[in-house]
Design a protein around this ligand. Structure first.
Ligand code: GTR
Length: 434
């Protein structure tokens, strides 16, 4: 009893020291940050799958950047510290969700709409008999206006039902989730998922909202917005996240799918949407961000040359976030949130973040640190997240308690290698392996 209390106290102290150090000026970590932190005694995570090609290389040291301090996810708006999971769930989680709605992603209007699901095509012998294909149309209507999200879903035939499932918010061409399987893509490796006993689904983000700035006339905005959009009206990232939740509405009606084992995954802009979907919609049991970068998994306050900034993303993609977010252009330190708080909103559910070595635009270390700094919130629930871990070697994955991080060689992309890492973690999260 005493021993376990002592151990808990040591863990909390380590976490506090760790947060303080990593929140402080970036320049307080000269040299190789990863190696400095590699020998923490309380390391909880399992190292796995080191790619042969990587040969023990670690991620490059940080470039020079201004010092920064992260907002504390556990400090409530009234100045009181959150000390229990209950306080987090009933108070702080809502405060942080509101901060993200008000300042970053925008708010979904509460306009009423109707919803219908239609299985428009079904093939019980798809993939040479390995899977059942379902093509589902989800139609959202308001008066005479409507939009339809087309979902491609494969469910493994040779697996006990209901099965866990991955839902991809696809921000690349629809050929990446070809229902005929004539075209196969690593971006959505359906055969791999099926062979491993997972259902796999995808929809195209532009079904929900075309990825262009048209003054919010088309897509979900055209359907649901009021005549005058307030400064915290939702942008396209939020619309895509909302679309993922509408697909989840359908999943809940499909007896083949385990509704408590649904993962939402996205790459890059799709990864930003997946995180925001998972932050808001607690039905997603696992949330996967692949190289989501700025206003996805990476910390906004880490500013260095060669990384996407808030000003740059708001200028290049003026339709992605709410208007208020633009007031933070060049003022990241003034944001009431940073992206570790987005990850924290997923707690105690599972989160997986992946980076690519050459993808400096997305800031791999900033993506890793977001997960680390969400740790104190996971610990309220008795989960360790990544624990006091160092960034893994290139090609390695950390499967923590409720959190996963990996970094692979190569460029900005969602590859089979990334998927394998996420499926390995999902196996653990969903109790398919010890
Ligand atoms: C880039 C953008 C990133 C990322 C990426 C993508 O142009 O700057 O934030 O979202 O697009 O979606 O591939």
């Amino acid at each position: 009893m005493f021993k376990s209390k002592l151990r808990q106290a040591v863990l909390i102290m380590l976490a506090m020291v760790y947060s303080a150090a990593a929140d402080g000026p970036a320049k307080s970590h000269p040299g190789n940050w990863s190696r400095q932190r590699a020998q923490r005694p309380e390391e909880q995570v399992v190292r796995s799958k080191t790619d042969r090609a990587a040969q023990g290389r670690t991620f490059q040291p940080d470039p020079d950047m201004p010092a920064f301090t992260l907002p504390d996810p556990l400090l409530g708006a009234d100045g009181r510290r959150i000390g229990t999971a209950e306080e987090w769930k009933t108070r702080r989680r809502h405060e942080i969700l509101e901060l993200f709605r008000k300042n970053v992603y925008g708010r979904v209007p509460d306009t009423p709409y109707t919803k219908s699901f239609k299985v428009v095509h079904q093939d019980p012998q798809a993939m040479g008999g390995a899977a059942t294909l379902k093509q589902v149309q989800i139609t959202l209507s308001r008066g005479q206006a409507s939009l339809t999200i087309s979902v491609v879903l494969f469910i493994p035939n040779r697996a006990p039902k209901p099965v866990p499932a991955f839902l991809l918010i696809c921000n690349r061409g629809t050929e990446n989730f070809d229902p005929t399987r004539e075209r196969k893509s690593e971006f959505w490796p359906a055969e791999e998922a099926i062979a491993r006993g997972y259902a796999i689904a995808a929809f195209h983000n532009e079904d929900v909202d075309p990825d262009k700035h048209d003054g919010f006339k088309d897509g979900a905005h055209g359907l649901l917005d009021a005549a005058v959009r307030p400064p915290d009206a939702w942008g396209s990232i939020s619309a895509w996240a909302w679309g993922a939740s509408r697909v989840m509405d359908y999943f809940e009606t499909d007896a083949g799918l385990a509704r408590d084992k649904i993962a939402v995954i996205g790459h890059s802009r799709g990864g930003k949407a997946a995180l925001w979907a998972g932050a808001q919609d607690e039905r997603f049991a696992l949330v996967v961000s692949n190289e989501s970068g700025c206003t996805g998994a990476s910390l906004s306050r880490r500013r260095f040359q060669g990384k996407e900034s808030v000003a740059r993303i708001n200028t290049a993609f003026p339709h992605w976030f709410c208007e208020t977010y633009k007031t933070y252009n060049g003022r990241e330190d003034a944001l009431p949130v940073d992206q570790h708080m987005l990850i924290a909103l997923i707690a105690p559910r599972a989160v997986a973040v992946g980076s690519a070595e050459q993808d400096l635009w997305a800031d791999p270390r900033g993506e890793f640190l977001s997960v680390v700094h969400a740790g104190p919130v996971y610990r309220l629930f008795g989960r360790q997240a990544l624990g006091p871990a160092a960034m893994p070697e290139i090609g390695a994955a950390l499967h923590g308690d409720g959190a996963h991080y990996h970094i692979r060689e190569g460029k900005h992309d969602l590859t089979l290698r990334d998927w394998q890492s996420y499926l390995d973690f999902a196996d653990k999260v969903f109790g398919r392996v010890k």
